[in-house]
Write a protein that binds this ligand. Structure first.
Ligand code: DMJ
Length: 540
């Protein structure tokens, strides 16, 4: 009874206090009340921010070598390297002046540009994507400007629907690389905050993530154009490198578990002819259309199998096996020689081979060369040769155009060899894949032709894509008076210019024994996890 009485008194007292407060409030003007509410809100936001930006637990940093070197002794090579650095500066300065904070730049209209992959928010994609290139080129003032913008403005609590894959490879990959190169905590913290915002995308019946997620609500969905509501192989299969690094840096296994779950699920599935189809339904766990590609929709899935093995200091042998199995099937069913003797990688569509290769597919030359060492049955020579043949074919696709820049897709059919046929496949949008392959081939062979081909591409880009407001893609590489698409893609700064710069640097800049490049050319260090496989690492 006494307890009841005490409670009743307390309720009465609280009630009276609340009434008093309400009376006081009513005496205040509407504006005053609103100002008070706003102050309260700000306090909560500040608290949350403090919580979010708490320093993460320290982990031993991997061996970070070769981040400040690479100056070539040969004056001719040094001059070429300086020219590429000047192009980077031109791209950056114009973005800085006309597009700052926007995702990309329209170099002709001289204003910001964005596409749906970045959502409807100004997330400074070009800044994040460009950071590590600025760093290795020694453009430190520009790097600091970028860092300051990220520190003050990059906010992920926005009501914006973004591509999980693109945000992972460009933002998380870019932030992690900037962190490893510079040691600045802010990049690690932002990468982890952003990764937290992507996690709801994995809430599907199978754990295969949606293609898109709303950063605020966490609601996910797939692209309307993808076969029967499917997720895309190259999207959900290109998360491994960044997610393993996130678990490494935070000590939180959640990221690692998400990507390993995807791997296990894929391992259990039947593969038609040993090939992975590009589409997988995240609700049913069944394949969509049986299309297989080493270009768009498939490409970086294969790349990440190989790189998962490399970044684990070659201990993740499960990934290596999946890579070996996959490329054996690809070689058997997709790789052919044209009548003119060019090796090409076609696309598998419902039981037949389409004799068409995409610019995107040209990255595979570098991948084959990178995977040569450690290949099954000691076929290193064979894969290096295959890499060289793909590099040659892709160079031909550039050489057979008016502008000496490669088309988006080219055919090997009815007398046509490495040439685009359809008007809507004749564009070049500053893509990196061919130059990426030249660089890997250069690192593994030091055959001077790769530098020569890289220089041809540099000159063509400078001549035909450079405008006073930056660099633009062109709509027809076979036309002597091409029109511009007026977009300076963020990957031009992240990848194309970085691979060119590396091609004209010494090999001690970002050596491949210590660094593995993500699919957006962001270098991440090899993790030496004490002779255990990643899945067996006691830390997890
Ligand atoms: C980049 O964003 C990445 O290289 C991705 O893997 C494929 N496409 C673009 C560049 O072409």
């Amino acid at each position: 009874r006494e307890e009841e009485e005490r409670l009743r008194n307390k309720i009465r007292a609280d009630h009276e206090k609340a009434l008093e407060e309400a009376k006081e409030k009513l005496k205040k003007s509407r504006d005053e009340i609103q100002a008070e509410i706003q102050t309260e809100k700000n306090k909560v936001v500040q608290e949350l921010k403090k919580k979010d930006s708490k320093p993460l637990p320290p982990v031993p940093l991997p061996n970070l070598i070769g981040i400040n070197s690479g100056e070539p002794a040969d004056p001719d090579i040094r001059e070429k390297r300086n020219k590429i650095k000047e192009m980077m500066k031109h791209a950056w300065d114009n973005y800085r002046q006309y597009g700052w904070g926007h995702n990309e730049l329209k170099p002709i209209a001289r204003k910001g540009h964005s596409t749906n992959i970045f959502g409807n928010s100004q997330m400074g994609a070009t800044i994040v994507d460009a950071l590590d290139t600025l760093y290795i080129m020694g453009l430190h003032d520009e790097f600091r400007e970028g860092q300051e913008w990220i520190d003050k403005n990059l906010d992920f609590s926005v009501n914006s629907e973004v591509s999980v894959f693109e945000v992972n490879i460009r933002f998380i990959g870019g932030l992690l690389a900037a962190y490893y190169l510079s040691g600045q905590e802010v990049f690690k913290i932002k990468a982890v905050q952003l990764a937290g915002k992507l996690l709801p995308a994995f809430n599907t019946p199978t754990g295969i993530p949606w293609a898109m997620v709303n950063l605020k609500s966490g609601v996910g969905r797939n692209w309307g154009w993808a076969s029967a509501g499917s997720s895309i192989l190259a999207e959900f299969g290109t998360l491994h490198m960044e997610f393993v690094h996130l678990s490494y840096l935070t000590g939180d296994p959640v990221y690692y578990n998400k990507v390993m779950h995807i791997r296990k699920l894929l391992q259990k599935m039947d593969r038609p002819n040993g090939l992975y189809p590009n589409y997988l339904n995240p609700r049913t766990g069944r394949w969509g259309q049986h299309h297989t590609s080493v270009g768009g929709l498939g490409d970086s899935f294969y790349e990440y199998l190989l790189k998962a093995w490399l970044m684990s200091d070659k201990t993740d042998t499960e990934a290596r096996k999946m890579y070996d199995d996959a490329i054996e099937a690809i070689e058997k069913h997709l790789i052919r020689k044209s009548n003119g003797g060019l090796t090409f990688i076609g696309e598998w569509k419902n039981g037949h081979l389409e004799r068409k290769m995409g610019h995107l597919t040209c990255f595979a030359g570098g991948m084959f060369a990178l995977g040569a060492d450690g290949s099954r049955d000691d076929k290193a020579g064979h894969y290096l040769q295959l890499g060289a043949e793909i590099a040659h074919t892709c160079h031909e696709s550039y050489d057979r155009t008016t502008l000496k820049l490669g088309p988006e897709a080219f055919k090997f059919d009815g007398g046509v060899e490495a040439v685009a046929v359809r008007q809507n496949e004749k564009y070049y949008i500053l893509r990196p894949e061919v130059i990426e392959t030249y660089w890997y081939m250069w690192r593994f062979t030091h055959d001077p032709k790769y530098r020569q081909w890289g220089w041809e591409a540099t000159q063509a880009i400078d001549k035909y894509c450079r405008v006073s407001g930056g660099f633009s893609g062109v709509k027809d590489v076979y036309s002597s008076s091409p029109t511009y698409d007026d977009v300076q893609q963020s990957f031009f700064l992240a990848e194309t210019l970085k691979y060119l710069y590396l091609l004209f640097s010494n090999d001690d800049l970002l050596p491949l024994d210590n660094w593995v490049f993500n699919t957006e050319a962001h270098p991440l260090p090899v993790l030496h996890l004490a002779n255990t496989t990643l899945s067996g690492n006691p830390a997890y």
